[in-house]
Write a protein that binds this ligand. Sequence first.
Ligand SMILES: *Cc1c(COP(=O)(O)O)cnc(C)c1O
Length: 427
Amino acid sequence: MFEKSIEAYEEACQVIPGGVDSPVRAFKSVGGTPPFIERGEGAYLVDVDGNRYLDFIQSWGPLIFGHCDEEIEEAVIQTVKKGLSFGAPTVLETELASEIVEMYDHIDKVRFVNSGTEATMSAIRLARGVTGKNAIVKFEGCYHGHSDSLLVQAGSGLASLGTPSSPGVPADFTKHTLVCEYNNIENLRKCFEDSDDISCIIIEPIAGNMGLVPASAEFLKECRELCDKNGALLILDEVMTGFRASLTGAHGVIDVKGDIITFGKVIGAGMPVGAFAANKEIMGHLSPDGAVYQAGTLSGNPVAMAAGLTSLRKLKSIPNLHTELNRKAVKLVKGFKEVATKNNIPLQIDTRGSMFGFFFADKMPTNFKEVSAFCDFERFGKFHHEMIKKGFYFACSQYEAGFISTVMTDTMIEECIVAADEVMQNL
Ligand SMILES: *Cc1c(COP(=O)(O)O)cnc(C)c1O
């Protein structure tokens, strides 16, 4: 029943490295061939063999209204008819920036880019430009895109200089990246004691790239205080949590305010958009107002802006939207937990807004090392594979979060729990 996908994958592998344009799509960590998608239909994906899947990936986060939302589609079509790109300012950019500024009370200005990678890369340049310092602190297991200084792993020992996690990244480029352990206050303090050259901390306030692992309130507070004491800026990477964890992202559910916020995913509603934002003093350092250079031929693209604008306005207009999305997320993972317990399988669950996570583990992990140590990856691989066969499309790695869309009904979630029960009986 995957014949056409297998054929498509083999053909793709001839002309595209690994057959995919982003490595996670290749299903390497769970095995098997990725289904090639023909179209989306609301909460579902349909592949080239005609299989239908309830989609918990949603293009890795952007599609909070599911596939082919009529309003977003209409806005995109109307905008396309006026031209695809001008390389000149449009009113749509101001409108989308205004929507974002209105949602974050400490933000005055937004610069649009084309991906989350670009957003974090530019935010770091801005932080360095504003503070005149070079080093950055990032946490093991947080993902901020694939720019050189962020593609690092912890060296030996904590609070160590990052070492490149990919060939092609010179060690010289990552020597300014200090890698600390997530949710480890002592470790972070030590890092600031050892260096007086730290320009910023960049953090996923609710990590979604080592599975769903929220930062503790105390840890975030410590990040804020250490930045304030040491003249560093706090960058909250909300590329995934933005407009997902709550209507105002992680910002809406944590006590700490970031100096620079990065966005992506939901603000483009499926079109390539990223953004970074801050107060007017910080953003004043950015070209053309200031000296920190940053640019983009297709940045603020009208079609992408129209999609994002419609999506954000729609999010704001539906009362209790995130409460409802979270109710469904909780229903799903609680259902999983019940059937897991029934089948004697240890499972850890958590949710934030429309984001959910589950780990096949005895204890809840709080950082990357614990995710790696506690979780049964083989069991996850089997679970993933069997769920795909039953028509439920989950991220193909335990290091990823899952997402609920507004078009997912209680019945769909109930069906998914029934399927999970069947799968877990043989896990
Ligand atoms: C997805 C993601 C990125 C990278 O965004 P791209 O659009 O894939 O470049 C950065 N940060 C976080 C937190 C993300 O989830």
